[in-house]
Design a binder for this molecule. Structure first.
Ligand SMILES: Nc1ncnc2c1ncn2[C@@H]1O[C@H](COP(=O)(O)OP(=O)(O)O)[C@@H](O)[C@H]1O
Ligand SMILES: [Mg+2]
Length: 372
């Protein structure tokens, strides 16, 4: 029997919390397993600087941007080396997929990730694939979301539709058709942890997050605010669509509807959480297909109150975490990078035109190969 394939994947999303790194093993029958995981949190100073990019008023010099590219590249290498130290199989990976840190996502024109891939190549001596979004964009696509083909390969069921909802800084949804029935599709639904974290940090001390949604749970939804926020045109825009921190940050949201000075901060937090719940529910409602199971991943899958609300609103669909089908929520997007890197090596598409709206499926990612 052929040997299993091994790849490493590294991901840091719009929450700017840090880098998730995994080793993914794929057996010849296509079964996938994450065999090791390491999370390297960003230092507070870097996290704050990256979060500042969300503010379109923010101006940064080319020199500072270049310094940040090297700093993020060094942290990617550090995360990969730490993973290698804890897992013998990490030294035998065929390839490493690195997402990099998005600093600007303005589809359909551009999506920029920083983090110098050559630093990872030099540190690990293995081929690195990076820059996964721009081939799709050159073909007229959104360059996002990136994970749906992986979600399909990892989580599709033979006999029923499933949906995967990734609750990162931004939320995205993938609909996974059963065998022989329908097309893979998906898009960004709007905000998730990004806004929830930002309000928490403003009122509860930065940087951190509302553990398990405990603080939001104490609040009450403010209906006027929720109505105003739901009027953001992104929610009504038909797919293909994607978004980022540049569109969903507190200042922009508050321009649609600002909290009154005597509104309780906990009530605003509760309302921000509800905005995520409603936008995901709207996406499911708008879809022509009804998923039987909805799998949650991303850090938001650890927000017990968010999961509880989604389970209530999405009933009768069964809401599960991806850990219930074999991959821990915080490992899914990093595993997608490992899988996408293998696709690039094999010359196979990594971005689905049915998701991104590109003219055709794109073989995505730039290869940085040894020797160096
Ligand atoms: N135990 C938890 N309770 C509540 N929220 C959590 C928990 N763990 C993680 N999160 C949320 O998940 C976020 C990180 O999610 P992640 O999937 O890494 O997003 P991204 O892909 O944007 O980096 C954190 O910023 C936090 O908001
Ligand atoms: Mg993250």
């Amino acid at each position: 029997m052929a040997a299993p394939r091994l790849a490493m994947g590294l991901m840091s999303g719009t929450s700017a919390d840090g880098i998730d790194a995994v080793v993914l093993r794929i057996t010849p029958d296509g079964a996938m397993a994450v065999v090791a995981h390491h999370f390297l949190p960003y230092p507070d100073s870097l996290r704050n600087a990256l979060l500042d990019f969300g503010n379109e008023e923010h101006r940064i010099s080319a020199r500072d941007m270049a310094a940040m590219d090297a700093r993020v590249g060094a942290l990617y290498a550090e995360a990969a080396l730490a993973l290698s130290a804890q897992c013998a199989e990490a030294q035998r990976v065929e390839v490493i997929g690195m997402h990099g840190q998005t600093v600007c996502h303005t589809p359909p024109d551009n999506s920029t990730q920083i983090g110098n891939p050559a630093q990872l190549l030099t540190a690990l001596g293995r081929p690195v694939v990076a820059d996964f979004r721009r081939a799709d964009m050159a073909l007229g696509g959104q360059g996002a979301p990136l994970a749906p083909l992986f979600h399909q390969a990892a989580f599709a069921a033979p006999d029923h539709w499933r949906a995967v909802v990734n609750l990162g800084g931004i939320a995205n949804i993938s609909w996974l058709p059963p065998q022989g029935g329908g097309a893979l599709h998906g898009y960004d639904t709007g905000p998730a942890n990004g806004l929830i974290d930002a309000w928490f940090n403003r009122h509860r001390g930065a940087p951190g997050y509302d553990h398990d949604g405990t603080w939001a749970r104490t609040g009450t939804v403010l209906p006027t605010l929720l109505d105003a926020w739901q009027r953001d045109p992104f929610f009504r825009q038909p797919p293909p669509k994607s978004t980022g921190r540049g569109s969903f940050h507190l200042e922009r949201l508050f321009a649609l509807g600002a909290p009154e000075p005597d509104d309780e901060p906990a009530d605003v937090q509760r309302t921000l959480l509800e905005l995520t719940v409603r936008s995901v529910a709207q996406a499911i409602e708008d879809s022509a297909v009804t998923p039987e199971r909805i799998l949650l991943c991303g850090g938001g899958a650890y927000n017990g109150f968010l999961v509880e609300r989604l389970s209530t609103v999405l009933a009768p669909a069964t809401v599960l975490r991806t850990s219930d089908v074999g991959v821990a929520p915080e490992q899914v997007e990093a595993a997608a990078m490992a899988w996408l890197a293998l696709r690039r090596l094999d010359g196979l598409p990594g971005a689905a035109a049915s998701v991104t709206g590109a003219r055709r499926d794109a073989v995505s990612g730039a290869l940085y190969a040894p020797p160096v």
